[in-house]
Design a protein around this ligand. Structure first.
Ligand code: SF4
Ligand code: F3S
Length: 81
């Protein structure tokens, strides 16, 4: 799955939501400071990665080491739903 990382915080451009063919990028508006990709629904199409103006999105295997925690955060956010 693809993963959204730190640069999304307080930006929330949502260009990624527009291009995602399976509609698997979500957040609670007014509550969350960033968006999250559902790892069970993402089909790894890669469309969201170049769409993000702040380069927040990476393929799971390419997430920078200092942002690895966002892989867990994504999973946790959906496990809470
Ligand atoms: Fe959606 Fe494709 Fe991005 Fe996965 S890689 S979140 S399916 S746009
Ligand atoms: Fe965030 Fe970039 Fe999407 S800023 S909402 S990951 S387009």
């Amino acid at each position: 799955a693809y993963v959204i990382t730190e640069p999304c915080i307080d930006v929330q451009d949502q260009a990624c939501v527009e291009v995602c063919p399976v509609d698997c990028i979500h957040f609670d508006e007014g509550e969350d400071r960033m968006l999250y990709i559902n790892p069970d629904e993402c089909i790894d199409c890669g469309a969201c990665e170049p769409a993000c103006p702040v380069t927040a999105i990476f393929a799971e295997d390419d997430v920078p080491a200092d942002r690895a925690v966002y892989k867990e955060i994504n999973v946790l956010w959906y496990s809470d739903k």
